[in-house]
Design a protein around this ligand. Structure first.
Ligand code: TRP
Length: 339
């Protein structure tokens, strides 16, 4: 048994265009988790700048994620909501851990290969070491559980490798916990409405591919109506979704939004066509998302309130991370400043 107290850490990038995938895959899970674990939810602005960002937009987008956390139901008096760049331990620990991580490990990261595009020489060094910063985020709090989407699993494994190497090489056995990914429930991976094999993404050129928090009821209905499907009726059993990525995605979204299993969705809709599922899906999405987007808009009108929550959160986060960073520096052999 690990000596470490259970603690959840996760983060969302403030890159704009918050969509249904972010909500179902991450934020809605955070809301449930905060009741079971001590939880820390970060707006990872240092990660956002691995690709160019407009400084003014970055501020607005940072507040937007904080507003989404709050509107979705994360309680800032219970959980910690804060901005990554406000706690220096992230950047400091990231450097130390980058001296543990091996180039070979980073070379295996598939997300870098996808994001860097054809000309890898032109990608920022930050984009390359992105997963090390993510390890620092988690380990700065000795977090034990990390709710993430399927696509972040490889980064989590790297965090575990880095923690293991640090513990072994520095002879500190159990200093860092080995963080566990928490990938559960339907729709951990929400796919594009235009292509069931691609992740729903803010950077997809087609606006029809995603449901965003700025969509009104008409836009949501239209996007589901136009969502790619196939000519077969829906199956009555989950196995019938194999090889039908669009059907699988729509059923998964329905299940996640209604809080039931995919099997239950199919026992209701099995044998019927998408013409039956899609309007119900749109209704359900509007019912779930509109109170949240309404509340987000309301919160965004009072930026000083959001900023206040973020700075209180940063203070509380720093209270946890600073002593851990102090221990790391001691372990590394850095002289402690005398006061
Ligand atoms: N890389 C994550 C994503 O894009 C965001 C993230 C940054 C994160 N640091 C983290 C998630 C630490 C969990 C824990 O989704």
């Amino acid at each position: 048994m690990s000596k470490h107290t259970p603690r959840v850490f996760s983060g969302v990038q403030p890159t704009g265009n918050l969509h249904l995938g972010n909500y179902l895959g991450a934020i809605s899970k955070f809301v449930t988790m905060q009741h079971e674990y001590e939880s820390i939810f970060c707006v990872v602005d240092l990660h956002a700048i691995t690709v160019p960002q407009d400084p003014k937009l970055l501020k607005a987008q940072t507040r937007e994620i904080a507003a989404a956390y709050l509107a979705a139901g994360i309680d800032p008096t219970k959980s910690i909501i804060f901005q990554q760049s406000a706690v220096s331990a992230h950047a400091e620990l990231s450097w130390i851990l980058s001296c543990q991580a091996r180039i070979g490990w980073l070379n295996r990261m598939t997300q870098f290969k996808d994001k860097a595009g054809k000309d890898k020489e032109k990608a920022s060094v930050g984009l390359y070491v992105y997963p090390v910063l993510m390890a620092a985020d988690i380990l700065a709090y000795k977090a034990t559980h990390v709710p993430v989407g399927e696509d972040q699993k490889q980064h989590l494994e790297l965090s575990r490798d880095i923690a293991t190497k640090f513990n072994n090489d520095m002879g500190t056995e159990d200093f860092f916990p080995l963080p566990e990914p928490m990938i559960q429930g339907p729709a951990t991976r929400v796919m594009s409405l235009r292509d069931g094999t691609a992740k729903m993404s803010k950077s997809d050129p087609s606006d029809l591919s995603r449901i965003t928090f700025t969509d009104d009821a008409d836009a949501i209905a239209k996007k589901f109506k136009k969502a790619k499907s196939d000519p077969e009726p829906l199956p009555s059993e989950e196995e019938g979704l194999d090889g039908r990525p669009e059907a699988k995605n729509l059923v998964g979204i329905y299940a996640a939004l209604s809080g039931i299993s995919a099997a239950d969705v199919l026992s209701e809709f099995g044998g019927q066509g998408f013409g039956a599922l899609k309007p119900r899906l749109a209704e359900l999405a509007v019912e779930k998302l509109s109170p949240i987007s309404g509340e987000m808009r309301r919160l965004m009108e009072d930026t000083s309130h959001i900023d206040g929550i973020l700075s209180q959160g940063a203070q509380r986060a720093d209270d946890i991370a600073a002593p851990i960073l102090r221990d790391v520096k001691e372990i590394m052999g850095f002289l402690a400043p005398t006061s």
